[in-house]
Design a binder for this molecule. Structure first.
Ligand SMILES: Nc1ncnc2c1ncn2[C@@H]1O[C@H](COP(=O)(O)OP(=O)(O)OP(=O)(O)O)[C@@H](O)[C@H]1O
Ligand SMILES: [Mg+2]
Length: 239
């Protein structure tokens, strides 16, 4: 079964001097349960590809399938629902809600995802316990260490049980100890069946994944760029 599939994906950004062809025909498949590390030089298109899988940006051309759903060609309303239910997104710089407690950083997206407050709080506490933040529920994110902040961001990404966890340099802002901690967490989640696509510049971090895929100049250049077709049974509705 395919969790992620890109076929012939192209994305060009308009820029002052000349258009930037960020993705030039990407073919990539990630099977359910895989933990894939995406590597490649700065500017080769890793974040662009991740954002397209996340429904944060859209391909100009090509097929994008996530969790058996057709993501390309959808409107913003559809994409907002898709992001809430089918993918969990983790960034280098956490993107936490700084004004509310650690607990509410998870409860609020859970409520948006359809849980009632009580159920959302229960789920948030369970996740915080699992990620070693159970004693931090009432604190604001600002008092947490970098590694703790990233674990909170991961808890938030997982709260609506996404089919795929998408992480863009999740260890990039952490010291090596914090990085190891996040990698171990990802390996544990992968062991429990979570599908993960993680962008990283670190060969050490990538070595923890089950497969490494290399990108260069807007294309996949190494690793198994294909997976069984998920196009046939792709549906057009999220949830
Ligand atoms: N919104 C945008 N507008 C214009 N150009 C963009 C935009 N987003 C990305 N680009 C360009 O597209 C190319 C690919 O960028 P992308 O961020 O995907 O690279 P990356 O592989 O993630 O790099 P890094 O490792 O530095 O994060 C770059 O040349 C970048 O400048
Ligand atoms: Mg990037």
């Amino acid at each position: 079964m395919t969790a992620l599939k890109a076929r012939g994906v192209r994305r060009t950004f308009e820029a002052d001097l000349a258009p930037v062809r960020a993705l030039r025909g990407v073919d990539l498949g990630v099977a359910k349960g895989e933990f894939v590390a995406l590597m490649g030089p700065s500017g080769c298109g890793k974040s662009t590809l991740l954002n397209i899988f996340a429904g944060l940006d859209q391909a100009d051309e090509g097929d994008v399938i996530v969790d058996d759903l057709r993501v390309d060609g959808q409107d913003e309303n559809w994409l907002a629902k898709f992001r809430r239910h089918h993918v969990g997104i983790v960034f280098q710089f956490f993107n936490l809600l700084e004004g509310v407690s650690t607990l509410d950083n998870i409860v609020l997206p859970a409520i948006l995802g359809g849980l009632r407050r009580k159920a959302a709080e229960t789920r948030a506490r369970d996740l915080l316990d699992l990620l070693g933040l159970g004693d931090r529920t009432d604190q604001v994110p600002a008092v947490l260490s970098g590694g703790q902040r990233q674990r909170l961001a991961i808890a938030r990404a997982l709260v609506n049980e996404p089919a795929v966890l998408l992480a863009d340099e999740p260890t990039g802002a952490l010291d090596s100890e914090g990085g190891v901690e996040i990698l171990e967490l990802f390996r544990r989640l992968h062991g429990d069946g979570q599908t993960i696509l993680m962008v990283t510049h670190s060969a050490d971090v990538a070595a923890g994944a089950s497969r490494i895929v290399q990108m260069r100049d807007g294309r996949i250049v190494d690793g198994d760029g294909t997976a069984p077709s998920a196009t046939a049974d792709a549906q057009s509705r999220p949830g």
